[in-house]
Ligand binder design. Structure first.
Ligand code: COA
Length: 330
């Protein structure tokens, strides 16, 4: 029987301090009502001084514990983040060191809000090929240190939170990941992006002028992103279910990226998915980019919503534009 890959451990971590919309009213010219009505977000966690690999370490240790595995049994680390510890090397190397292991490959990927789905696809292919048996896949972000927390940044800064989620995948002969479908369209790369630092900015990757212009802060065409997110996530969910041999009705739980509650409600409406089958966490955590889906998975387990044997469909959309979906037997 052919090899399959299965998630056997899930863990997550958010920094202890949370900020309500009312706290943000004190920093930015915003209001609780505006944020809740437009996005569904009520609060988010922001670090005091931790960095991305610190959050990732906590989530990874929990995922390893849930998998009943020690770090030295891992064959590879895949780390999705757009808020790395440093410019280079990748944060996967820092995480590897903090886990007390060495030698195994440690890969960073970006892929923004679709980072976890892209990472899942990579892990699945490595495992199915027989090259690696046990893979740690982590999504972690410290957005708060890169947000403009003045009224100038309010359109973006109210949406993002810090957090980490991790899963351990292993080779199995049972059913695990059925199919993961990935897409990207670079024609929209500048509709949701952080321009600096970068080699396309002129003579310097970073300069006082670049900082003065605020090019190191994320920029977004919110309405365009919204429309594409609904369309692309709906399309790719249906496609990946079809390629997995299932229908929407077969799915027990949908784990969507959490960029905006209205996006997820709209996807559910378009596809006629009952509300109770969609597990949302944005109210509590905001958008944690690559951490969102594994963080949601862990919350779903902790609250008894996600149980072994369930058919789970995941979908995400983000900067790039990138989008993807995965269908798994949990
Ligand atoms: N608080 C209060 N007012 C705000 C605000 C804030 N935090 N941010 C923007 N506003 C104001 C704007 O200045 C604008 O005012 P005006 O009408 O006087 O010009 C008004 O609110 C409407 O802004 P707009 O940007 O048109 O709102 P919107 O309805 O498009 O909602 C988003 C904004 C960002 C919530 C929405 O577009 C969205 O969720 N898009 C997708 C985001 C996303 O998915 N991002 C992550 C990608 S994975």
């Amino acid at each position: 029987m052919a090899l399959s890959s299965k998630i056997i451990g899930v863990g997550s971590y958010v920094p202890p301090k949370s900020y309500t919309n009312f706290d943000l009213e004190e920093m930015m010219d915003t209001s609780h009502d505006w944020i809740v009505q437009r996005s569904g977000i009520e609060k988010r966690h922001w670090v005091e001084d931790e960095c991305t690999s610190d959050l990732a370490l906590q989530a990874s240790l929990k995922a390893l514990k849930a998998a009943d595995m020690s770090a030295d049994q891992l064959d590879m680390i895949i780390f999705a983040t757009i808020s790395p510890d440093h410019e280079f090397p990748g944060t996967a190397c820092f995480l590897q060191q903090k886990l007390g292991i060495s030698k195994i490959p440690a890969i960073d990927i970006r892929q923004q809000c679709t980072g976890f789905i892209y990472g899942l696809s990579m892990a699945d292919v490595y495992i199915k090929s027989g090259q690696y048996k046990n893979i740690l896949l982590v999504g972690a972000e410290v957005h708060s240190k890169g947000l403009d927390k003045t009224p100038n940044g309010r359109a973006i800064s109210v949406l993002f939170g810090d957090g980490a989620g991790a899963v351990v995948l292993t080779a199995t002969k049972d059913s695990g990941i059925f199919h993961t479908e990935l897409r990207a369209d670079g024609n929209f790369a500048k509709e949701l992006w952080t321009p600096a630092p970068g080699s396309a900015l002129g003579k310097e990757r970073i300069s006082k002028e670049i900082l003065d212009k605020g090019l190191h802060y994320a920029q977004m065409n919110g309405k365009l992103v919204f429309v594409h997110a609904v369309k692309r996530m709906s399309e790719i969910l249906v496609e990946s279910l079809k390629k997995s041999g299932f229908s929407l009705d077969d799915v027990d739980l949908f784990l969507f990226h959490q960029a905006n509650l209205r996006i997820n409600n709209k996807v559910a409406e378009v596809l006629n998915i009952p509300e109770e089958k969609v597990f949302n966490t944005i109210q509590e955590f905001g958008n944690t980019t690559a951490a969102t889906i594994p963080l949601g998975m862990d919350q779903a387990i902790k609250t008894g919503v996600l149980k072994p044997g369930m058919l789970v469909a995941m979908a995400a959309f983000g900067g790039g534009f990138t989008w993807g979906a995965s269908v798994i037997r949990f």
